[in-house]
Design a protein around this ligand. Structure first.
Ligand code: DOR
Ligand code: ZN
Length: 350
């Protein structure tokens, strides 16, 4: 008998689906595994109005098979021109779960012109007033800041002052990567949550350079030290409701990864819950996966829990070396390597 693990249908607290042919190529991986996903708005151009977000939601839903119950949790993109009125409109729209801040230049699709995130105070005030959470890419936008220091700088320069100034603002510290970030989330847990990616749990910064440069392991924020990774592991597997699953799965064509200036982003949607299971098992805390993956994000966002379940079996399988992506190819995490847990496919889910 193969070992099995049955958990509540999980939610992905942070996901990039892109648009057009890329959206069609990657969406099935998420539909198979997750009941809902917080969908990032950093398209080209970014989704800065409620109307654009709702049009995007329709394009996603159109690609879901008729029997699918998948629900995208949509987000609005904040930039230097976002008005408090747009925030109130977003907050009144049930399909929109939060608004995302990408400080200028920190990652793919971050031409927000927000060079000092504290300049958006009227926007944050409207968010606090209307109860719309702020989802934040927590890296300092100053180009002079060392990439390994960007998160801790952001904590000191932006997040701590913001927390002091607006106690009523709910915040998600997206893809937290440092011990300092984890500690801030804990100390603000009453109103702050954080997503943790599976790649930041699986490896530290050494992996990018092991035997050569690995562009497919390059993501933003960059993985930090082993001590930071251990802090993330403790946070993810410790049963604390302020830490929840968010893959940050971010598809880029092979030609944008294997080139002179590689784009940041790791694709993990094809094996996301399986890889989290591997990580949780390695810590001896597999029983904690259920709440991390299927409870805490929903509770943070004030949503009902999924009613279904998924089952994983301990039956090692080999990840394909690539998937088709529009006119190009997508190289997934663990390409051509083995993943110990396998998803038991249920015909009724997708
Ligand atoms: O590595 C990343 N890729 N980090 C992000 O914050 C954005 C993402 C993307 O959109 O490709
Ligand atoms: Zn992201």
């Amino acid at each position: 008998m193969l070992e099995t693990l049955t958990i509540r249908t999980p939610d992905d607290g942070h996901l990039h689906l892109r648009d057009g042919a890329s959206l069609a190529a990657v969406l099935p991986h998420t539909l198979e595994r997750f009941g809902r996903a917080v969908v990032m708005p950093n398209l080209d151009p970014p989704l800065t109005t409620v109307a654009q977000v709702l049009e995007y939601e329709k394009r996603i839903l159109r690609l879901c098979p008729p029997q699918s119950t998948f629900k995208p949790w949509m987000t609005l993109y904040l930039d230097a021109h976002t008005s408090p009125a747009e925030i109130h409109e977003a907050a009144a729209e049930p399909a929109i779960i939060g608004a995302k801040l990408y400080p200028q230049g920190v990652t793919t699709g971050s031409a927000s012109q927000v060079t000092d995130p504290l300049e958006l105070m009227p926007v944050y005030e409207a968010m606090a007033e209307s109860g719309l959470p702020l989802l934040v890419h927590g890296e300092d936008p100053d180009p002079a800041t060392d990439p390994y220091e960007r998160e801790s700088r952001f904590v000191d320069r932006t997040l701590v002052p913001l927390c002091e100034r607006l106690p009523g603002l709910r915040i998600v510290f997206e893809h937290v990567t440092t011990r300092l970030g984890v500690e801030l989330v804990r100390s603000e847990a009453r109103r702050m949550g954080a997503t943790i990616t599976v790649h930041h749990l699986l490896f530290d910064r050494r992996a990018l350079f092991a035997g050569g440069l690995h562009p497919h392991l390059y993501c933003l924020p960059v993985p930090k030290t082993e001590a930071d990774r251990l802090a993330l592991l403790e946070a993810a597997t410790g049963g604390e409701p302020c830490f929840f699953l968010g893959t940050d799965s971010a598809p880029h064509p092979r030609s944008r990864k294997e080139c002179a200036c590689a784009a940041g982003g790791i694709y993990s949607a094809h094996a996301a819950i399986e890889l989290y299971a591997e990580v949780f098992e390695a810590t001896g805390r597999l029983e904690r996966l259920d709440d991390f993956a299927g409870r805490f994000a929903a509770e943070f966002y004030g949503q009902a829990l999924n009613s279904g379940q998924i089952t994983l079996v301990k039956d090692p399988w080999r990840v394909p070396d690539h998937f088709p992506l529009a006119e190009d190819e997508l190289v997934p995490l663990r390409a051509a390597s083995v993943v110990p847990w396998r998803l038991l496919r249920q015909a009724s889910r997708v």
